[in-house]
Design a protein. Structure first.
Length: 89
């Protein structure tokens, strides 16, 4: 059984995810998604996003990330909760 490092709520094709501030960093693994996604940052305090072979960039409230399907990426833990909305294409 896979335990995800987040809580999520799905409404149609929009996913709201919450990564709690107490998540363990080693749970935030490199991964790929099956679909293209836009990720809207609702809350973030020092959390970072990183594509493979690129430097991490800080995620800030209001940012929108475009994540192409099958691209390796990860998030890096910050302070407080990270809350995002994911729009799958």
């Amino acid at each position: 059984m896979v335990v995800n490092p987040y809580q999520e709520e799905v409404n149609d094709r929009v996913i709201t995810r919450v990564f709690k501030e107490n998540v363990e960093s080693d749970e935030l693994v490199w991964h790929r998604d099956r679909n293209d996604r836009f990720v809207e940052i609702l809350e973030s305090d020092g959390w970072y996003f990183q594509f493979e072979d690129q430097l991490p960039t800080e995620m800030k409230k209001g940012d929108v990330l475009n994540i192409p399907k099958e691209s390796y990426h990860r998030i890096i833990k910050g302070s407080n909760d990270l809350i995002v909305k994911i729009y799958e294409i």
